[in-house]
Design a protein around this ligand. Sequence first.
Ligand code: CTP
Length: 433
Amino acid sequence: MRVTVGVSGGIAAYKAAELVRALQRQDVEVHVVMTESACRFVQPLTFAALTGHRVITSLWNEIDAGSAAAGQSGIEHIDEAQWADVLVVAPATANILAKFAHGIADDFLSTMYLATNAPVLVAPAMNVNMWEHPATRANLEILRQRGVRVVEPGAGDLACGMVGAGRMAEPETIADAVLNALGRRHDLAGEIVLVTAAGTREALDPVRFLGNRSSGKMGYALADAAESRGAKVILISGPSALHPPAHCEVAKVTTADQMREAVLERMAEATLVIKAAAVADYRPVNFSGQKLKRSGPITLELAPTEDILAEVVRRRRPGQLIVGFAAETENSMENGRAKLLRKGVDAIVVNDVSAEGVGIDADVNAATFLTSTTAIELPEMPKRKLADRILDEILTLRRPRSLVVELDEETPQQKVLSESVSPASVQRQLIVE
Ligand code: CTP
């Protein structure tokens, strides 16, 4: 597998070295192409030493006449474009995104982009205002429409001193996206995955609502991961500022009721339902058509919403896997286990949302993947990576797996030598030695 890492001129350029290493650890052969401004941040020598290959920094390198005889064009950007199984640009500046979007080919990287038929990924990194600028948004939209995969940046402290979105995704996350693009994993081909994401909003009056802090990041990461592993994805999302993955079907909803309707309408065709949405448990009994006026204390009367997940379980068809999420602030495992049984799902992803900087609205999350027989700890990691780990665990529910488990100290000759786990039942095969 051969990957060209394009490095454009941003402070995150130094992180491209970690990306190169992460790819090499997966036996990927890496070439590096740098723009002129990238060379001001990091020396090409760094990448040359890491990859063992000359780093391409200009369109105007000497043409190697001998390469034509070796079946190459002798024109370096064409050869490189054909060599690469994937082109990934990390960091991708606003400038290189604009060039890619508009077909400007005035340096090696932008020329190679036009010349390659390989999948292209970009990992943007820039100041929050540049990231949010309509020009950047429009350029990204063009690229997405064209099938370029965008490894979304995270939010946090930026090198410019501002706080917000625009920080390049972690090298490990980018490497995972590259491996997915390389088709290393196509293990969800044939699955139809329905994912719910983000929070719902229950209106009080024309301007106010009851809502929650869910951003949709976990659900969107799951949709993206499932899609890149070959699944057809239906994403049903509450309000969220995120961009859905390029090829998934999206239904945007606002209230719990609308989410319920959308889920029930689409669930029959799904082979796997993952309910990552933070659905409101209550909605105001009365909606005021006019903006409520300020006047002393008020009491809101709330009515419970339908439990969509419970309804999905009631309507499940044979073979359909159903996975819920549990957001907990105390006794996570006990509450998670109780929810697993109460809701009758195949598995539940338990999040402790009380921890600082993890879970709701954060870029990272930690969770426990709970089934009736197992509790798999998924330590803190970027949500996109966690999404892949959750899908890995869900897939183990599809196929029986073998474990070797010591059973009972008092009868050491008895061991569970194999345990096959299926969503509906757990069979233990006791083998007496
Ligand atoms: N859920 C749902 N419909 C609701 C509320 C929750 O489908 N009206 C789903 C969520 O999408 C999630 C799971 O149920 O997959 C658990 O949600 P959570 O808010 O953790 O639990 P609740 O069922 O609301 O229970 P509690 O508030 O008592 O923790």
